[in-house]
Design a protein around this ligand. Structure first.
Ligand code: SF4
Length: 447
């Protein structure tokens, strides 16, 4: 049987794109291979948001060269944000790559494989995966209209295109029929949803529609932009029972001059007010954020504004990145990348250390609490899942719980107990938290 291997790096949108391509390849009769060495078709789904990601993709491309030389029949494809409108330069650098595909442009590979192996490809991209994960993604917006000065995404994924509400609901229903229990609605600016659709529905309308899907237990959404986070969306998070109290809201910089130079469209004060409003409206909400350190011209005092914001607002999670210029962006064309690399790394560590302490303190507050956890992973007999606030929870004594009985809410799995922990995937269980750390919690299922 012919096998494929898809290697993915980058954001959740890339993961969702890879899932879709894998599903199409399986519809065509290919099987998944654990490693590229065993695959006849190798796809790299790339990310160039930062230099570090791009370097990893180049490393993988170089590693594939001898594999292709060993077996010239092997198909190598490069997909994702590394592929711009013109692939000539990439073709020159990596002549052994057979296909270059922009994000979500799967057809060139499908056509090549269909022709080479005589496979019927009609409709394979419209099929959803036969074995989706318990928790999966639905992209609801493609592209982005914001053009933040540091960001390459609008140049690679294009302008904002929202998926109509009825299509998202139909996909959610189909996924639930196949065992999915939690859906994350994805977009680069997910809270801008609908402004390009007839009638201008918004994310609150979409959340309400998806909340009505029978059998679905949880809904999340990623990534929001502070300028688009409306009162209606905040209220929807507070009111809709399946929408989890968890919002990712990047602030990117704490200093107003840097925010302006990034073209983010809000100030430090605006951001603080927004967080206050969200916390005042949604009880027990968790908020994660993204910040860039070492952006062009960022002084120590300006950097300290970011640290102060983190300390004052006490986020549940902080994703931090050192600025790296991306060719073609507004910042790359107009401002100098003048913060030395060593200094960027130092600032990165300051943020990480600050957040590690805050994360540990917040998580310590969960000790002894009973949390609803959706089991979404079982590895080597150890089950884990997430609470509504998106905290990773390891279930320390699943086997003991199996002997004494647990809370079984998955309608597809009946009421009987069994000894295979994999069968607990998709169950919502109540877990008493017994151990906490900065990045995760650990606990036991309670009856
Ligand atoms: S909002 Fe800004 S950072 Fe986010 S994808 Fe759009 S341009 Fe990039």
């Amino acid at each position: 049987m012919l096998k494929y291997h898809v290697w993915t790096i980058g954001c959740q949108m890339n993961k969702a794109d890879s899932e879709r391509l894998e599903s199409a390849l399986e519809q065509m009769g290919f099987a998944s291979a654990q490693s590229p060495d065993d695959a006849s078709v190798i796809v790299l789904n790339s990310c160039v948001v930062r230099q570090k990601s791009e370097d990893k993709v180049v490393g993988m491309l170089n590693a594939l060269k001898p594999l292709k030389a060993q077996d010239p029949e092997r198909v190598v494809a490069l997909m994702g944000c590394m592929v711009g409108p013109k692939a000539d330069e990439l073709q020159r650098r990596f002549p052994y790559v057979d296909v270059f595909m922009r994000p979500q442009q799967y057809q060139p590979l499908i056509d090549l494989l269909g022709g080479r192996y005589g496979i019927e490809t009609e409709g394979c991209l419209r099929q959803l995966t036969a074995k989706p994960q318990v928790s999966t993604f639905i992209p609801i917006i493609h592209g982005c209209d914001k053009f933040c000065t540091f960001c390459i995404i609008p140049y690679r994924r294009g302008r904002q295109r929202s998926v109509p509400i009825e299509d998202v609901v139909a996909e959610a229903e189909a996924l639930v029929r196949r065992g999915v229990r939690e859906i994350t609605l994805l977009g680069q600016t997910v809270d801008a949803y609908g402004s390009d659709l007839p009638g201008n529905p918004d994310l609150a309308d979409l959340l309400e529609a998806v909340n009505g899907v029978d059998g679905l237990l949880r809904i999340r959404f990623l990534t929001s932009h502070p300028s688009d986070m409306s009162d209606r969306i905040i209220k929807a998070v507070a009111d809709l029972d399946k929408v989890c109290e968890n919002i990712n809201l990047p602030f990117q910089a704490g200093d107003d001059a840097i925010l302006e130079s990034m073209r983010r469209g809000y100030t430090n004060k605006d951001y603080r007010r927004l967080i206050e409003k969200i916390r005042g409206t949604v009880p027990n909400v968790s908020i994660s954020t993204d910040v860039i350190v070492g952006f062009c011209g960022e002084t120590e005092a300006q950097f300290q504004e970011s640290v102060k914001l983190i300390k004052d607002l006490r986020f549940d999670k902080v994703h931090v990145a050192a600025y790296s210029p991306r060719e073609g962006t507004i910042a790359w064309r107009s401002v100098e990348d003048d913060v030395p690399l060593q200094e960027k790394k130092r600032r990165l560590r300051v943020v990480e250390d600050t957040q590690e302490k805050i994360g540990a303190e917040i998580n310590a507050g969960y000790l002894g609490r009973v949390e609803d956890v959706l089991i979404d992973s079982v590895k080597d007999g150890v089950a884990s899942g997430r609470n509504r606030n998106d905290r990773l929870v390891y279930l320390s004594v699943l086997r003991q719980a199996l002997r004494t009985g647990g809370v079984r809410t998955n309608p597809n799995q009946g009421g009987g107990q069994d000894e295979r922990s994999e069968d607990r995937l998709g169950e919502m269980v109540k877990v008493r938290i017994e151990k906490t750390g900065p990045w995760s919690l650990q606990g036991t299922i309670v009856l």
